[in-house]
Design a protein around this ligand. Structure first.
Ligand SMILES: Nc1ncnc2c1ncn2[C@@H]1O[C@H](COP(=O)(O)OP(=O)(O)OP(=O)(O)O)[C@@H](O)[C@H]1O
Length: 248
Protein backbone atom coordinates (compact mmCIF):
# COMPACT_ATOMS: atom_id res chain seq x y z
CA UNK A 1 0.00 0.00 0.00
CA UNK A 2 1.35 3.46 -0.88
CA UNK A 3 2.24 5.58 2.10
CA UNK A 4 1.02 9.10 1.38
CA UNK A 5 2.34 10.53 4.66
CA UNK A 6 4.85 8.95 7.01
CA UNK A 7 5.77 10.85 10.12
CA UNK A 8 8.39 9.50 12.47
CA UNK A 9 9.40 10.77 15.89
CA UNK A 10 8.35 14.31 15.12
CA UNK A 11 8.80 16.98 17.77
CA UNK A 12 7.85 20.62 17.33
CA UNK A 13 7.31 23.85 19.28
CA UNK A 14 7.22 27.47 18.10
CA UNK A 15 9.15 28.37 21.25
CA UNK A 16 10.11 26.39 24.39
CA UNK A 17 6.61 24.95 24.71
CA UNK A 18 6.48 21.71 22.77
CA UNK A 19 3.26 21.24 20.77
CA UNK A 20 4.21 17.79 19.45
CA UNK A 21 6.52 15.30 21.10
CA UNK A 22 7.82 12.19 19.37
CA UNK A 23 4.80 11.79 17.13
CA UNK A 24 4.44 8.92 14.62
CA UNK A 25 1.68 8.75 12.01
CA UNK A 26 1.22 6.93 8.71
CA UNK A 27 -1.53 7.79 6.21
CA UNK A 28 -2.05 5.29 3.40
CA UNK A 29 -3.44 5.89 -0.08
CA UNK A 30 -7.24 5.77 -0.20
CA UNK A 31 -7.84 6.59 3.46
CA UNK A 32 -9.95 9.49 4.73
CA UNK A 33 -8.53 11.01 7.90
CA UNK A 34 -10.16 13.42 10.29
CA UNK A 35 -7.86 15.38 12.59
CA UNK A 36 -9.58 16.59 15.75
CA UNK A 37 -8.48 18.25 18.97
CA UNK A 38 -9.22 21.20 21.25
CA UNK A 39 -8.36 24.77 20.25
CA UNK A 40 -4.63 25.29 20.18
CA UNK A 41 -3.76 21.58 20.06
CA UNK A 42 -1.68 22.26 16.93
CA UNK A 43 -3.98 20.81 14.26
CA UNK A 44 -3.18 23.54 11.71
CA UNK A 45 0.47 23.45 12.71
CA UNK A 46 0.50 19.70 12.12
CA UNK A 47 -0.78 20.11 8.53
CA UNK A 48 1.93 22.73 7.91
CA UNK A 49 4.58 20.35 9.27
CA UNK A 50 3.35 17.56 7.00
CA UNK A 51 3.60 19.89 3.99
CA UNK A 52 7.05 21.16 4.96
CA UNK A 53 5.77 24.74 5.39
CA UNK A 54 7.40 24.71 8.82
CA UNK A 55 10.31 22.58 9.99
CA UNK A 56 10.13 20.20 12.94
CA UNK A 57 12.68 20.45 15.76
CA UNK A 58 13.28 16.73 15.38
CA UNK A 59 11.96 13.77 13.44
CA UNK A 60 10.95 13.39 9.82
CA UNK A 61 8.06 13.52 7.38
CA UNK A 62 7.86 11.74 4.05
CA UNK A 63 5.33 12.61 1.36
CA UNK A 64 4.68 9.81 -1.15
CA UNK A 65 7.92 8.13 -0.09
CA UNK A 66 10.16 11.22 -0.37
CA UNK A 67 11.44 13.37 2.53
CA UNK A 68 9.30 16.51 2.44
CA UNK A 69 12.29 18.85 2.03
CA UNK A 70 13.23 17.00 -1.19
CA UNK A 71 9.68 16.56 -2.43
CA UNK A 72 8.94 18.06 -5.86
CA UNK A 73 5.67 16.59 -7.13
CA UNK A 74 3.54 19.32 -5.57
CA UNK A 75 0.81 19.00 -8.20
CA UNK A 76 -0.07 15.66 -6.56
CA UNK A 77 -0.78 17.42 -3.28
CA UNK A 78 -3.84 19.60 -2.74
CA UNK A 79 -3.92 21.95 0.27
CA UNK A 80 -6.82 24.18 1.25
CA UNK A 81 -5.72 26.34 4.19
CA UNK A 82 -8.07 27.63 6.85
CA UNK A 83 -8.28 31.27 5.84
CA UNK A 84 -8.78 30.76 2.12
CA UNK A 85 -12.26 32.23 2.06
CA UNK A 86 -11.43 35.30 4.15
CA UNK A 87 -8.55 36.06 1.83
CA UNK A 88 -10.85 35.73 -1.05
CA UNK A 89 -13.96 37.73 -0.23
CA UNK A 90 -12.97 41.03 -1.79
CA UNK A 91 -10.93 39.55 -4.59
CA UNK A 92 -12.47 40.39 -7.99
CA UNK A 93 -11.80 37.06 -9.70
CA UNK A 94 -14.23 34.69 -11.35
CA UNK A 95 -14.63 31.02 -10.48
CA UNK A 96 -12.88 29.91 -13.68
CA UNK A 97 -9.97 32.28 -13.04
CA UNK A 98 -9.48 30.94 -9.52
CA UNK A 99 -9.62 27.32 -10.67
CA UNK A 100 -7.52 27.70 -13.82
CA UNK A 101 -4.81 29.67 -11.97
CA UNK A 102 -3.77 26.34 -10.54
CA UNK A 103 -3.20 24.97 -14.06
CA UNK A 104 -0.40 27.44 -14.71
CA UNK A 105 2.31 24.98 -13.69
CA UNK A 106 1.08 22.69 -16.49
CA UNK A 107 0.78 25.37 -19.14
CA UNK A 108 4.43 25.73 -20.03
CA UNK A 109 6.17 28.89 -21.09
CA UNK A 110 3.38 30.43 -23.16
CA UNK A 111 0.90 30.42 -20.28
CA UNK A 112 -2.23 29.92 -22.25
CA UNK A 113 -4.89 27.31 -22.00
CA UNK A 114 -5.09 24.54 -24.58
CA UNK A 115 -8.22 22.44 -25.16
CA UNK A 116 -6.83 19.91 -22.66
CA UNK A 117 -6.58 22.60 -19.98
CA UNK A 118 -10.07 23.86 -20.75
CA UNK A 119 -11.40 20.31 -20.44
CA UNK A 120 -9.64 19.87 -17.09
CA UNK A 121 -11.22 23.08 -15.84
CA UNK A 122 -14.66 21.99 -17.02
CA UNK A 123 -14.27 18.52 -15.55
CA UNK A 124 -13.11 19.85 -12.16
CA UNK A 125 -16.08 22.25 -11.96
CA UNK A 126 -18.45 19.44 -12.91
CA UNK A 127 -17.10 17.12 -10.21
CA UNK A 128 -17.86 19.72 -7.53
CA UNK A 129 -21.17 20.74 -9.17
CA UNK A 130 -20.09 24.34 -9.91
CA UNK A 131 -20.07 24.23 -13.75
CA UNK A 132 -22.90 26.78 -13.97
CA UNK A 133 -20.94 29.31 -11.92
CA UNK A 134 -17.76 29.53 -14.04
CA UNK A 135 -18.20 33.24 -14.87
CA UNK A 136 -19.42 34.29 -11.42
CA UNK A 137 -17.34 36.37 -9.03
CA UNK A 138 -15.95 34.20 -6.26
CA UNK A 139 -16.70 36.78 -3.54
CA UNK A 140 -20.42 36.69 -4.35
CA UNK A 141 -20.85 32.98 -3.72
CA UNK A 142 -21.89 31.32 -0.48
CA UNK A 143 -19.31 29.83 1.88
CA UNK A 144 -20.20 26.30 0.76
CA UNK A 145 -19.93 27.22 -2.93
CA UNK A 146 -16.57 28.92 -2.40
CA UNK A 147 -15.37 25.82 -0.64
CA UNK A 148 -16.32 23.70 -3.68
CA UNK A 149 -14.50 26.08 -6.01
CA UNK A 150 -11.32 25.68 -3.95
CA UNK A 151 -11.70 21.93 -4.10
CA UNK A 152 -12.07 22.18 -7.91
CA UNK A 153 -8.90 24.28 -7.90
CA UNK A 154 -6.96 21.35 -6.44
CA UNK A 155 -8.69 18.83 -8.77
CA UNK A 156 -7.34 20.34 -12.02
CA UNK A 157 -3.97 18.82 -11.11
CA UNK A 158 -5.43 15.33 -10.42
CA UNK A 159 -4.07 15.23 -6.86
CA UNK A 160 -3.35 12.02 -4.99
CA UNK A 161 -4.19 13.62 -1.65
CA UNK A 162 -6.04 16.73 -0.49
CA UNK A 163 -5.38 18.37 2.91
CA UNK A 164 -8.11 20.65 4.24
CA UNK A 165 -7.98 22.84 7.33
CA UNK A 166 -11.44 23.32 8.90
CA UNK A 167 -13.28 23.39 5.55
CA UNK A 168 -16.68 23.48 7.24
CA UNK A 169 -16.29 26.63 9.32
CA UNK A 170 -19.13 29.00 8.45
CA UNK A 171 -20.86 26.43 6.25
CA UNK A 172 -24.54 25.63 6.91
CA UNK A 173 -25.92 22.15 7.53
CA UNK A 174 -27.17 21.59 3.98
CA UNK A 175 -23.82 22.62 2.47
CA UNK A 176 -22.10 20.39 5.00
CA UNK A 177 -24.10 17.41 3.74
CA UNK A 178 -23.18 18.29 0.14
CA UNK A 179 -19.57 18.67 1.17
CA UNK A 180 -19.44 15.19 2.69
CA UNK A 181 -21.19 13.70 -0.37
CA UNK A 182 -18.47 15.30 -2.50
CA UNK A 183 -15.76 13.94 -0.17
CA UNK A 184 -17.23 10.46 -0.56
CA UNK A 185 -17.07 10.79 -4.35
CA UNK A 186 -13.45 12.01 -4.29
CA UNK A 187 -12.40 9.33 -1.83
CA UNK A 188 -14.38 6.24 -2.83
CA UNK A 189 -14.89 6.76 -6.59
CA UNK A 190 -11.74 8.69 -7.49
CA UNK A 191 -9.42 7.12 -4.88
CA UNK A 192 -8.13 10.46 -3.57
CA UNK A 193 -6.71 10.32 -0.05
CA UNK A 194 -8.30 12.97 2.17
CA UNK A 195 -7.04 14.59 5.35
CA UNK A 196 -9.21 17.18 7.04
CA UNK A 197 -9.06 19.11 10.28
CA UNK A 198 -12.41 19.57 11.96
CA UNK A 199 -13.77 20.58 15.34
CA UNK A 200 -17.02 18.67 14.76
CA UNK A 201 -15.93 15.41 16.37
CA UNK A 202 -19.28 13.63 16.13
CA UNK A 203 -19.95 14.22 12.43
CA UNK A 204 -16.42 13.66 11.22
CA UNK A 205 -16.11 10.28 12.90
CA UNK A 206 -19.19 9.11 10.99
CA UNK A 207 -17.74 10.14 7.63
CA UNK A 208 -14.04 9.31 7.76
CA UNK A 209 -12.11 6.05 7.88
CA UNK A 210 -9.56 7.19 10.50
CA UNK A 211 -9.40 9.74 13.28
CA UNK A 212 -6.28 11.38 14.70
CA UNK A 213 -6.91 13.09 18.05
CA UNK A 214 -4.40 15.75 19.01
CA UNK A 215 -3.69 16.87 22.54
CA UNK A 216 -0.95 17.12 25.16
CA UNK A 217 1.71 16.93 22.48
CA UNK A 218 0.54 13.50 21.33
CA UNK A 219 -1.59 12.10 18.53
CA UNK A 220 -3.94 9.22 19.30
CA UNK A 221 -5.02 7.29 16.25
CA UNK A 222 -8.32 5.44 15.87
CA UNK A 223 -10.22 3.52 13.29
CA UNK A 224 -13.33 5.75 12.89
CA UNK A 225 -15.67 2.83 13.61
CA UNK A 226 -13.97 2.16 16.93
CA UNK A 227 -13.84 5.84 17.88
CA UNK A 228 -16.24 6.93 20.63
CA UNK A 229 -16.75 10.70 20.29
CA UNK A 230 -18.59 10.96 23.64
CA UNK A 231 -15.73 9.33 25.54
CA UNK A 232 -13.21 11.47 23.71
CA UNK A 233 -15.02 14.73 24.50
CA UNK A 234 -15.49 13.68 28.09
CA UNK A 235 -11.77 13.02 28.43
CA UNK A 236 -11.06 16.53 27.19
CA UNK A 237 -13.86 18.72 28.44
CA UNK A 238 -15.38 16.71 31.31
CA UNK A 239 -18.62 14.80 31.70
CA UNK A 240 -21.08 17.54 30.85
CA UNK A 241 -20.25 17.58 27.17
CA UNK A 242 -22.92 16.08 24.96
CA UNK A 243 -22.84 15.60 21.24
CA UNK A 244 -25.76 17.13 19.40
CA UNK A 245 -26.89 14.79 16.64
CA UNK A 246 -28.37 16.45 13.58
CA UNK A 247 -31.53 14.94 12.16
CA UNK A 248 -30.88 13.70 8.66
N1 LIG B 1 3.31 31.26 13.80
C1 LIG B 1 3.18 31.00 15.10
N2 LIG B 1 4.08 31.45 16.00
C2 LIG B 1 3.97 31.16 17.33
N3 LIG B 1 2.95 30.44 17.86
C3 LIG B 1 2.03 29.98 17.01
C4 LIG B 1 2.08 30.22 15.58
N4 LIG B 1 0.99 29.63 14.99
C5 LIG B 1 0.31 29.03 15.99
N5 LIG B 1 0.92 29.24 17.20
C6 LIG B 1 0.47 28.70 18.51
O1 LIG B 1 0.60 27.29 18.45
C7 LIG B 1 -0.50 26.65 19.07
C8 LIG B 1 -1.17 25.72 18.06
O2 LIG B 1 -1.80 26.48 17.02
P1 LIG B 1 -2.63 25.83 15.85
O3 LIG B 1 -3.22 26.93 15.05
O4 LIG B 1 -1.79 24.83 15.16
O5 LIG B 1 -3.75 25.05 16.67
P2 LIG B 1 -5.14 24.47 16.20
O6 LIG B 1 -5.30 23.17 16.92
O7 LIG B 1 -5.20 24.44 14.72
O8 LIG B 1 -6.12 25.54 16.82
P3 LIG B 1 -7.60 26.01 16.38
O9 LIG B 1 -8.50 24.85 16.60
O10 LIG B 1 -7.85 27.13 17.37
O11 LIG B 1 -7.49 26.47 14.94
C9 LIG B 1 -1.40 27.75 19.58
O12 LIG B 1 -1.13 27.95 20.94
C10 LIG B 1 -1.00 28.95 18.75
O13 LIG B 1 -1.22 30.12 19.46
Amino acid sequence: MTEVVKIEKMTFGYDDTMLLTDVDLTINQGQFWGIVGPNGSAKSTFLKLILGLIKPNAGSCQLLGTPVHEFKQWSKIGYIPQNVREFNMGFPATVEEIVSANLISQMGILKWMTETHKNKLKEALEIVGMQDYAKRQIGKLSGGQQQRVFIARTLVNSPQVIFMDEPLVGVDFESQEKFYALMEKLNQKMGITLVMVSHDVGVISERTSHIACMGNGKIYVHDSQAFRPEEYLESIYGEKTKIVHHNH
